[in-house]
Write a protein that binds this ligand. Sequence first.
Ligand SMILES: [Zn+2]
Length: 329
Amino acid sequence: MWSLPNRPSLTGAMLLFFTLAFGHRPCLAQTKDPLPPRPKETSPTPRLDMAPRLADRVQDTPATVVRLFKDAGMSPRAHVLTVNERRLVAQSLAALPPLYQRVLQTRLRSLSFLDNMPNTALTSTVESTSPSPLFDITIRAGILQQTASEWLTEKERTCFTPNDSTVQVAIEGGARAALDYVLMHEATHVIDATLKLTPTSSATGQLLDSAAAKPFTAGVWQRRTLPTPAWRHALLLQIPFRRGGKALPITKAAQVYASLQQTPFVSLYGSSSWTEDLAEYLTVYYFTHRLHQPFRIVLRQHAQELWAYEPMQSGLVRRRMRQLKHLLA
Ligand SMILES: [Zn+2]
């Protein structure tokens, strides 16, 4: 499991997006803006103290981020990238959509890798009170050795306990590097915070706009972690990706995924909050429609396939594409 034993205390100085660990409380001071086709911050010139090339922003994890983990009782270690790993990171950055690369040019302060990190990734702000905050992305180095399929499957299996059953879940996500998926997901949090695609909160946690005010969350989310009644299913509210959730018996997996099939969410993780909904949706959409990778959830018993679901083939999921396509052009 990749959950921290204690949640680091969040201050108003930092916005945190934890992937596969626990929820977060957005605390950026932002104003209510319509969805722009391009961010205002896409000047091609990054700050003078930032390397011009994204690949050159791979550096040591900032002390403020390391302290977050240590305060939570963790002992992360700096990971020194090998030549091949450094090449992989550069390739993953280059594979991001053009809009993502433009936004990261001005907003990404650092990309770093840690060993002995409990969760997969952390995207955090440098100064959340700034109207144009910078971001640090920190990723667990272990995923550099995995394919997207391997990492997605490993993550998904944390949702279930074996329960004396031979049934197992897997996600067929293709043979591309897991880093391609994780970096796209984390970068989407930066895009979200920059373009204000999901509702935002003040430094004190007060929502500055409603779910109904944002096209992506309107009619889908009531609050940050609570879907509207139409998409609210008891089993999906119990998964371990949610605060207070826990692994369910694998014998309930078919019911869990049957619930997921009745929603516009692209994955179980995407059903946990509106920020993860957006990050998962855009990542899976990009993987399947731009990188031509599979994204298929499968239940198997021994080698036999019992059930399978391709979320991007679902009408409920697909109908959200129209409002997001321009982000991946
Ligand atoms: Zn996330």
